[in-house]
Design a protein around this ligand. Sequence first.
Ligand code: ATP
Ligand code: MG
Length: 203
Amino acid sequence: MDENRKHSHNERMQRKKEVVDAAIERAQEERGIVILITGNGKGKTTSAFGTLYRALGHGQQAGVVQFIKGTHATGEVAFLQRNPGACAVRYHAMATGFTWNTQNWDADKRAADEAWAQAVAMLADPALSLVVLDELTYMLKYNYLDTEQVLAAVRARPPKQTVIITGRAAKPELVDLADTVSEIADRKHAFKAGVKAQAGIDF
Ligand code: ATP
Ligand code: MG
């Protein structure tokens, strides 16, 4: 790179640094937030578990409720269950597999209510810095849970507690509630090109 271009690059970086420093200076509030990870692309549940891992690294306690039980035992849950450090995580999975498999609204509704009762307890516990409500969006979309009740419990949580909600097709009410919303777009997925789902990558 010639000297002129290097010089203008350095100037640009200096301006960028000023903007970033000013933004850091402005953000002074300390509180728990609601993070919504939605969209059709891959990376929602793995993002939530990445944040869980991050919280545990700082010695925090966390809770996880999974509102869909798949047919595969996932690696992230197997790891929690056999890792002694994960005693800082309270975990609950929905009892039945919700379901394009079971097609039994009543059984699914019971399982959703049970899972939600666990979530309510976690959302009332100030010892938990982080609560992950994985695939919660579907419970609202298919009316297994009442949207207003869910919003109220999340709003009433302890002020320092952060909640992560994942799942496709998030209702607008969830988007409004959340402080941080990431919509993961489905640009490509290997499965659609015929690659089989893999342990350690997809589950
Ligand atoms: P992950 O658990 O990998 O972060 P996710 O939570 O974003 O994925 P889900 O909709 O919960 O996505 O689906 C979970 C499973 O479906 C994973 O095995 C994932 O690889 C796969 N999957 C996710 N998105 C897609 C997609 N767009 N096309 C095909 N399969 C997908
Ligand atoms: Mg998921």
